[in-house]
Design a protein around this ligand. Structure first.
Ligand code: PMV
Length: 354
């Protein structure tokens, strides 16, 4: 067994201990998880094998934008898992299929046990819109449902983290804080919900390109850790951003929230640009939209942006400015993380029957 598999397996076996790993073939597990956008970013791992971050991070979940996953044991002896995304069977050789199979290897009872995973994702996949975050979180929730593990939020967050770091935050709605932890075994690195709502807050998804990323975040963040001369100040920067963001949430200071998120994202992209080789996710439209945001701010409209490992921007604003934002960004998809859909603080797990 490779070192990587062994380290992940140790965590899974510890959390699942003597829990059930079998289900009838007519049973299905369902998990629904929101996508999340980091306001204070995670960029760099202290343990690459088990996705342990260098720093804490803080995100906002995107209500009903995310993944709904159904999982069941395969009734046929195909010898391979089937992964169906938005109605389409993934090629067995595709990068995504391989990633999901590797993740499922951590959970199967025996090599003969295969799964059928059906996922519907309502955000563009692989374009820096956290589709892997909601995908792995929903898969963990679906497995928890299928096998009736009744895991708590901490355990669910740790398991989701093994699929993708940011998935640890997609276990909860609202503002979520992922603590980096200090233990080498990774059992103290998980996300918790911040006990606060902000009904007027809006997040706008500005999809400028839904093309696949030029370089995946896993590889890119490692290059930054190893080569950016500014990486050494990043942990301090994130710690400061988190303090300010928590304060902003507590006292509902939107300017502080937006300023902090925008600056944190720019700092992360500065790490990327100063990496060797340089990493640049922005395209011309990204830059044009950033300028537009700054121009609007000069005109007195309170709007800020954040950006992840892709060219798309996410805008932060308040509900009172929805109209002016939509006038300026006609294709924007406006999300109310706390409002409209009456989102509960825990992610939804639907009924188990087919
Ligand atoms: O969890 P990953 O490997 O998809 O990395 C996420 C990295 C960023 O989206 C850029 C930042 C973050 O905290 O979500």
């Amino acid at each position: 067994m490779s070192n990587l598999k062994q380290k992940k397996k140790l965590i899974v076996d510890k959390i699942l201990a003597d829990k059930n790993r079998d289900a009838n073939i007519d049973e299905v597990g369902i998990g629904v998880a929101p996508s999340n956008i980091a306001l204070c970013k995670y960029w760099g791992k202290r343990d690459l094998d088990i996705n342990l971050p260098v720093t804490d991070s803080l995100s906002i979940s995107l209500a009903d934008k995310g993944a709904r996953t159904q999982v069941q044991i395969s009734p046929e002896n195909l010898g391979i898992d089937e992964v169906i995304v938005n109605g389409e069977l993934c090629a067995f050789t595709s990068e995504f299929h391989v990633k999901v199979v590797k993740f499922l290897n951590l959970f199967r009872k025996s090599e003969n046990q295969n799964f059928i995973v059906k996922t519907d994702v309502n955000i563009p996949i692989k374009a820096g819109l956290a589709s892997s975050a909601c995908g792995f979180a929903a898969l963990v929730l679906a497995l928890n449902d299928l096998f009736a593990w009744n895991l708590n939020d901490k355990e669910l967050s740790i398991l989701a983290r093994l699929g993708s770091g940011s998935a640890s935050r997609s276990i909860k709605h609202g503002f979520v804080h992922w603590s980096a932890g200090i233990d080498d075994n990774g059992l103290d690195s998980f996300a918790t919900r911040i006990d606060a709502n902000w009904d007027a807050l809006r997040v706008g998804l500005l999809v400028l390109s839904d093309a696949e990323k030029s370089i995946g975040s896993r590889e890119a963040m490692q290059i930054s850790v190893e080569t950016s001369p500014f990486y050494k100040v990043w942990p301090e920067q994130v710690a400061d951003s988190i303090l300010k963001t928590k304060k902003a949430i507590e006292i509902k200071d939107f300017e502080l929230l937006g300023q902090t998120a925008e600056q944190n994202a720019i700092c992360m992209h500065a790490l990327m640009l100063t990496s060797v080789p340089p990493i640049l996710y922005s395209n011309q439209d990204t830059i044009a939209m950033m300028r537009k945001v700054w121009q609007l701010r000069e005109q007195g409209v309170e709007v800020y942006f954040t950006q992840d490992a892709g060219p798309n921007l996410k805008l932060l604003f308040l509900d009172k400015n929805v109209n002016i934002i939509q006038e300026n960004f006609p294709n924007i998809d406006v999300i109310a993380p706390f409002g409209l859909n009456n989102v509960s603080e825990t992610v939804k797990v639907e009924t188990r029957s087919i």
